[in-house]
Ligand binder design. Structure first.
Ligand SMILES: Nc1ncnc2c1ncn2[C@@H]1O[C@H](COP(=O)(O)OP(=O)(O)OP(=O)(O)O)[C@@H](O)[C@H]1O
Ligand SMILES: [Mg+2]
Length: 265
C-alpha cells in the first residue's frame, strides 16, 4: 500500500480560469524518497501545496489518500495532525525565541525533548552547543535558517516530509551533505517527497515522477524518470555526463543513444 496516493488529481488556478495540474495519479511508497521533477512552471509546487492542503491550491477533481484514508477534504491542520509536513520554507521569526525553543515547539512528547532537539540539529550538521541558545533572527545566515527549519521538521517526526527545492537560496551545497541528511531522515522512518531541479540531489531518490506542464508522464525508479526527462528536454550529453549513482553510471552511453534515437517519448 502507498503512504500517499494521488488519484486523477486536477488543480486549477485560484481564479479557476486554467488548470495547472491535470489528472495526475501516482503513489509514494512508505519509507522511500520520491522525487518530483519537471521544468519551471510544470506544477510541482502547486502539487506540493495541494498535498499539504493549503487553501490557495484546492483540488477540482480527484482524490488524495494518505495511509489509505481519503484526505481530499481535510484542511492543512488536520493533514498536519496525520503527519504531513511541508518543510524548508523560512522559519517564522519570533522575537526572542531561541533555536532550542523553536525546534521543541513541534515536539509532542515532552520527555527527552532536549535530546530530540540536539539530535535534529546534529542531523542537519549544526553543532548543538553553538546553536541551542542562538535566537531565531537575522543574525542567522540564510543557510542556517533553512537547516534549523529542517531540524524542526525532523524533530516533529512527521510521516511524510514534503521538501520543495530544499537547495534554493543556498549558494553552495555539498551534495554529500544533502544525501546524508536525507538518508538519516529515511532511517528515522520518515518518507520524503522531494521537489528538485538538481539531478545530483534527485539521484538520492528511490522513485520519481516526471511532471510536464501539468501532466504526470512517468512514475518509476528515479534514474529511469530522469532519463525520460532528459529525452523530453533534449539533454543527451547532460544525461550521459551526470546520471550516476554511488559513483557508477546508471545507464551505458549506448543505451542512452538507443533511447534518444527511438521515436516518441
Ligand atoms: N492564477 C494563475 N493564473 C495563471 N497561471 C498561474 C496562476 N497561478 C499559477 N499559475 C501558473 O501555474 C504554473 C505552475 O506553477 P508552479 O509554481 O506549481 O510550478 P513549479 O513546477 O513549481 O515551477 P518552478 O520549477 O519554477 O518552481 C506556472 O506556470 C504558474 O505561472
Ligand atoms: Mg516550484
Amino acid at each position: 500500500m502507498y503512504l500517499l496516493e494521488l488519484q486523477n488529481v486536477t488543480i486549477p488556478t485560484l481564479d479557476g480560469k486554467c488548470v495547472i495540474v491535470n489528472d495526475v495519479s501516482f503513489g509514494v511508497k512508505e519509507g522511500t524518497i520520491h522525487a518530483i521533477i519537471g521544468p519551471n512552471g510544470s506544477g510541482k509546487s502547486t502539487l506540493a501545496y495541494a498535498i499539504m492542503g493549503l487553501d490557495s491550491h484546492k483540488i477540482l477533481r480527484g482524490k488524495i489518500l494518505f495511509n489509505g484514508k481519503d484526505i481530499t477534504h481535510l484542511n492543512v491542520t488536520e493533514r498536519a495532525q496525520l503527519g504531513i509536513t511541508l518543510a524548508w520554507q523560512e522559519p517564522a521569526r519570533i522575537d526572542g525565541l531561541s533555536v532550542e525553543k523553536y525546534i521543541s515547539l513541534g515536539i509532542r512528547e515532552k520527555t527527552n525533548c532536549e535530546e530530540r532537539v540536539r539530535e535534529a540539529l546534529e542531523i542537519v550538521s549544526l553543532e548543538p552547543e553553538k546553536y541551542l541558545s542562538r535566537k531565531i533572527d537575522e543574525t542567522l545566515s540564510g543557510g542556517e535558517r533553512k537547516r534549523i527549519e529542517l531540524a524542526a521538521t525532523i524533530a516533529m517526526r512527521p510521516h511524510l516530509i514534503i521538501l520543495d527545492e530544499p537547495d534554493s537560496g543556498l549558494d553552495f551545497i555539498i551534495v554529500e551533505d544533502f544525501l546524508r541528511i536525507f538518508n538519516k531522515i529515511k532511517e528515522l522512518n520518515m518518507t520524503i517527497l522531494l521537489i528538485t531541479h538538481r539531478e545530483d540531489i534527485g539521484i538520492v531518490a528511490d522513485y520519481g515522477t516526471l511532471l510536464w506542464y501539468g501532466d504526470a508522464l512517468i512514475t518509476d525508479e528515479f534514474p529511469k524518470v530522469m532519463l525520460h526527462y532528459c529525452k523530453k528536454a533534449g539533454l543527451k550529453e547532460f544525461c550521459k555526463r551526470t546520471l550516476s549513482k554511488n559513483g557508477e553510471k546508471c545507464f551505458s552511453d549506448d543505451y542512452i543513444e538507443k533511447i534518444f534515437s527511438e521515436e516518441g517519448d
